[in-house]
Design a protein around this ligand. Sequence first.
Ligand SMILES: [Zn+2]
Length: 315
Amino acid sequence: MLMFLCGIAFGVPAALAQVVNFETEIREKGFGRNESRERGVGSWRKGGTRIEIQDRKRYALVNGSRLYLGHSPSYEHGKFFVKKRDWDKRFSPIAAPPKTKSPRRIVIDPGHGGRDPGKINKRGMYEKTYVLDISKRVARILKARGYTVLLTRDGDTTLELPERPARANRWNADLFVSIHLNSASSSSARGIETFALTPVGETSTGDPGGNAKTQADDGNARDALNTLFAFKVHSALVAKTDAEDRGVKYANFAVLRPLKCPGILVECGFLTNASDTALVSTKNGRERIAVGIANGIEAYVRAVGSAPPAATRRR
Ligand SMILES: [Zn+2]
């Protein structure tokens, strides 16, 4: 009982939840603390990577971009605590990316298609049409850089949801990116958001009050890489487009659950917003989106310790 009370007093119910001291862990990865005048705000830096966390905010800022967490950090007696799962699956891979085999086979999944148009806006723009165009551009760019690229669909065909990750698995994909466009009831909602699969024990970003995920899917075997992949693609895409940054989020998407490789879903903008639609409706805008995604994929490849194929060939 005493232990329990201590835990509550420190804001860290240690008997109930596994937490780690953030400062200790991040210093071990070579990060140093930045000066901060604000109470309950901590910021650390190593090279070009800056990570900020805040007391009771369910996201971190990584280079200014929101990375949504499974649980809010807590700040007690000058120390920051984060859930161990958040450390292992989010902070750790970004602070010190794990090394993997070289990703070379990329599967791009244009959302919807055929009987399923996806979102349709007032201008009559069909999501399925624009995401296919963006996907083909990503494929062309990556092929030119030496990757093997496969599309789950390359025409306006109906493709059931389970068949998308199933194809990626059959084709021995090293990486999977599903490409979509967003919509909202408010026309002011805009920008880019990138999703990774919700880890077991957490609620999805969009449903914080919901039930925590209880069952592990194949995709959960790579939660840490999913986060790193989402973060790299998201950062590169936001940088290339100057679109509003809505952050890296987590959802229990059926298209990500069965994957046997790192996978993400990118929402490249809102068809219900004027500035996003302006970007998506021009060839130049879609090319920028595609270059951003391709750059992000290469940033991930470099982060996990391998040279991009084009660089390998040049040697
Ligand atoms: Zn969609």
